[in-house]
Design a binder for this molecule. Structure first.
Ligand code: EPZ
Length: 421
């Protein structure tokens, strides 16, 4: 099979305007959530990324009728014909968000058999909190041959998460929508896409209050109706584009985003001396001189997002001074730094902290993407570097960024996807 790489000739500053696609992580929850109702739903503003394509194949496998129009970024899903509760490992291991099929199928049918999820290798990624929530709602959980099985009643109850898990919050919220009685989720995640999924569910007739806070209340209903819904813009793509603009000392206007979702990143960029200005659904980022070193510590929303830690580390390789990056959410999210060292970055890692000493320049090199956001970080480093950078395993990047090469090229980057010789 042909393999590809992203080839970048660095040192072009990014200038001009670009736009943000629909949110990856919200779409990956909203699409499975359609299974909870038994009438057709239309989902708009879907990003054209591989993870969505995998979900499309899973829904078809389950028997749903799906009209997926890539051009129009729209999926019309009729879940009334779903005739299976089994998602084989061959599908589920292709991405992390396949775990949402557990909450959706269990919520609708009281039965789900889903293979272990896959996803970026950024540390141990247990789903014990998801299982804890489902069992508190009345599921009997069993596992075997790589399959996770839920079966039983869905009765409202109180679920207290050990940590503010995004996936766990959304997954248990899905199941609770169709439970008998009321459910309260304590220590719930507050990410923007948790709110977006709750808004989608409420547009189908669910009764969810408090999404966006650490306590979510759900009044179970015995049926949900069809709806039309447009997912929010991607918070992490927005941040990645903001960082790329600063890293190349450019001047970029990013349209179609939600600036209030970007507060933690904006604050850090301002601290570095980057110009950031937001008006309505646009953010302008400009940097035409050096930038200061800073300290970053990833937290659950509204703290600094773990998904932007890796792209930000690329910007920090050329800061004036020594920066510190503490990764508090995942236990192995620094692999991209090994690759950046080959480009001349000066980095030392001690446990959860990466120490980045600013250098005057990076040099292009062949590097390997090891995960989605780490791959994006390597692209940003390539945009900054003197000479040619070749980023291998671009499939990781295409899982979560829609046409990223085209967007960067439209801003002046010398970047293209090419077949490996
Ligand atoms: C979601 O992952 C996102 N993925 C991740 O984005 C994102 O980094 C993460 O949330 C945090 O914002 C999707 O939405 C598909 P968690 P998820 O449950 O649900 C531990 C990207 O690049 N934990 O909030 O896996 C877990 O190990 C991806 O788009 C448990 O211990 O994140 C981690 O340390 C990468 N038990 C922490 O909690 C559980 O049952 C946060 O995980 C669940 C989680």
């Amino acid at each position: 099979m042909e393999t590809y790489r992203i080839s970048i000739k660095g040192e072009n500053s990014l200038h001009g305007e670009t736009y943000v696609s629909g949110g990856k992580n919200t779409s990956l929850a909203v699409i499975p959530a359609v299974i909870l109702c038994d009438e057709p739903c239309t989902i708009e503003n879907l990003p054209d990324i591989e993870d969505i394509h995998v979900l499309y194949r899973i829904l078809c496998h389950l028997g749903a009728k799906v009209d997926y129009n890539l051009e129009k970024k729209r999926m019309v899903i009729d879940p009334s014909t779903v005739n299976s509760v089994t998602v084989p490992y061959s599908f589920s291991q292709q991405m992390r968000a396949s775990y949402y099929l557990m909450g959706a199928l269990f919520g609708r049918f009281g039965h789900a058999e889903v293979g272990y999820p896959g996803g970026c290798a950024i540390g141990s990624r247990p789903i014990d909190q998801h299982i804890k929530g489902f069992t508190i709602l009345g599921a009997e959980f069993s596992e075997g041959n790589g399959m996770l099985c839920l079966k039983g009643e869905r009765n409202g109850n109180a679920v207290n998460f050990d940590m503010a898990t995004v996936g766990g919050t959304i997954n248990v919220m899905l199941a609770a929508c169709r439970a008998k009685g009321n459910t309260i989720l304590f220590n719930a995640a507050r990410e923007p896409h948790v709110v977006d999924v709750a808004n989608f569910l409420n547009s189908m007739g669910a009764k969810i209050r408090g999404a966006g806070t650490d306590t979510i209340r759900i009044k179970g209903v015995n049926r949900l109706h069809g709806t039309s819904y447009s997912v929010i813009p991607d918070q992490i793509e927005t941040g990645t584009l903001m960082i790329a603009a600063a890293a190349t000392r450019g001047d970029v206007l990013i349209r179609g985003c939600i600036p209030t979702h970007m507060e933690a990143l904006t604050a850090k960029l301002l601290e570095m001396g980057v110009y950031v200005n937001s008006v309505d659904d646009c953010i302008r980022v400009r940097l035409n001189k050096g930038h200061r070193a800073i300290r970053i510590s990833t937290q659950e929303y509204p703290g600094f997002p773990t998904d932007l830690q890796q792209p930000m580390s690329a910007l920090l390789t050329r800061a004036n001074g020594n920066s510190e990056v503490t990764e508090n959410i995942f236990d192995n999210r620094f692999k991209h730094l090994d690759e950046m060292r080959r480009m001349g970055a000066k980095v030392t890692i001690s446990g959860r902290v990466a120490y980045i000493e600013g250098v005057p320049e990076l040099r292009g090199a062949p590097v390997n993407a090891c995960d989605l956001r780490g791959g994006a970080a390597l692209v940003i480093a390539g945009l900054m570097a003197k000479g040619i950078t070749q980023v291998y395993n671009p499939d990781f990047i295409h899982r979560g960024y829609e046409r990223i090469e085209d967007k960067l090229r439209s801003l002046g980057a010398d970047i293209r996807l090419e077949a490996c010789d």
